[in-house]
Design a protein around this ligand. Structure first.
Ligand code: ADP
Length: 399
């Protein structure tokens, strides 16, 4: 894999100190990038933690800022990444960027095994104060310059967190609440930072302030969507989602749902419907699942590419397939696809909450059905929703 580094300034000798930013959230990457620019740093951003080592070798930063995410999304990974940087480049300061209070405390205390191995030069709290952020960074870069000058070599680190050992499960356990808080704090951090940017540039650069305000609106909307999805998730999880069960024609419901996603100028969704298909369930909830699959097919594929919805009967079940010609799902990420908040590495630039598939699967299960990934390649993705055909005696579980 080639390393994709987004660099702000032209290549070649530069007097500006270079900072490598490892951040997979585009809104935060943009915000921190602007602050670095403004403060006179040259910066490069990467989103993939696997690319850190190569980026350091190729780009020689004077400081690395490492975003730390909670739970299964990579929080523990950041400690190991920092330790790996420390071993390979003992003098290169690494800053941790996190919203997790226990990580902040642990990194600042620096007394645990992994915090010693990581040796963070500073911790940046999210949301952050711009002045504090810049002061922490300046301190880290200046300290590194001094250490470089004196040729101080760091001690070898022989104690290293055992990421494959018995603690691994504990570290990797997804804590839903901490992930939810993190997901909400991410737009909040952007909103807070962009507000500070707008305040600073209001008088001298109104267009920059206007741009910051537009981003604030974007992130506010995103937060709103997220809160809606979180509520829906909570209802689905505790079985508080009421179903109004009737017998209805799934083909008709699917056609109506497609109609709501079809733009008149570019009809790109085709429906293959061989015969009427009667099922029992809540038509709105089933439409919600199909709608989510269509939203995703539209979002994650090129604008004009075709999307096909096909209904077919398989014994006592009907299968609805939604196929697109989009970015596909990487092989090694498929098993996490339905986990709450999971988003694949190919879709980070596109807005989403990572909750829709999880909620949809739960709704399908409430209907004695199943939602699964049918197939995926670099050329597209097929999801399949399987539901039982209507039988006079069947009732849908109310949990
Ligand atoms: P959202 O789209 O809001 O992020 P979902 O739960 O609906 O949330 O989807 C979870 C993730 O699965 C998406 O963020 C995306 O990474 C991936 N995904 C879902 N559908 C597709 C698709 N049709 N093509 C490629 N990736 C997809």
């Amino acid at each position: 894999m080639t390393t994709r580094i987004e660099v702000t300034a032209t290549r070649g000798p530069s007097a500006k100190p270079r900072v490598l930013l490892v951040e997979d959230e585009p809104s935060l990457s943009t915000l921190v990038g602007k602050l670095l620019d403004e403060a006179g740093y040259e910066h490069a951003s990467i989103s993939d933690h696997d690319e850190i080592a190569a980026a350091i070798i190729r780009w020689h930063p004077r400081c690395v800022i490492l975003d730390s995410e909670p739970g299964s999304k990579g929080h523990e990974r950041s400690w190991a990444d920092a330790a790996a940087i420390r071993r390979a480049h003992p003098d290169l300061p690494v800053l941790m960027f996190t919203a997790d209070p226990s990580s902040i405390k642990e990194a600042r205390a620096g007394s645990s095994v992994r915090s010693k191995a990581a040796g963070y030069a500073g911790v940046l709290d999210k949301p952050f104060l711009v002045v504090e952020f810049l002061a922490t960074l300046k301190h880290a870069v200046d300290t590194q310059t001094t250490r470089d000058g004196k040729g101080i070599s760091a001690e070898a680190i022989s104690v290293f967190p055992d990421i494959a050992g018995p603690n691994a499960q504990k570290w990797l356990a997804a804590d839903f609440l901490s992930m939810a808080v993190h997901e909400l704090r991410t737009p909040l951090t952007s909103i807070d930072g962009q507000t500070q940017l707008a305040q600073r540039s209001m008088a001298k650069d109104p267009s920059r302030a206007a741009d910051a305000l537009a981003r604030i609106r974007e992130q506010t909307n995103r937060m709103n969507r997220m809160i809606g999805d979180l509520l829906e998730h909570a209802r689905v999880s505790v079985g508080a989602l009421s179903l109004e069960v009737v017998t209805f024609d799934l083909g008709v419901a699917t056609a109506i749902t497609i109609g709501m996603h079809q733009h008149e100028d570019s009809a790109r969704i085709a429906l293959n419907l061989p015969q009427p298909v009667r099922i029992q369930g809540d038509p709105d909830r089933i439409a919600q699942i199909i709608s989510n699959l269509l939203d995703n097919a539209i979002k994650y594929s090129p604008p004009e590419s075709p999307i096909v919805v096909s209904l077919s009967i398989d014994g006592s079940h009907v299968e609805v397939r939604v196929s697109d010609r989009g970015v596909g799902i990487p092989d090694n990420e498929r098993d996490r696809l339905f986990a709450p908040f999971f988003r694949t590495s190919r879709t980070r630039e596109i807005s989403g909450t990572g909750l829709g598939l999880h909620i949809s699967r739960r709704i399908a299960e409430q209907h004695h059905g199943r939602l699964a990934l049918d197939s995926s390649s670099g050329d597209g993705t097929v999801f399949v929703l399987r539901l039982p055909l209507a039988q006079p005696s069947r009732t849908v579980a109310a949990h």
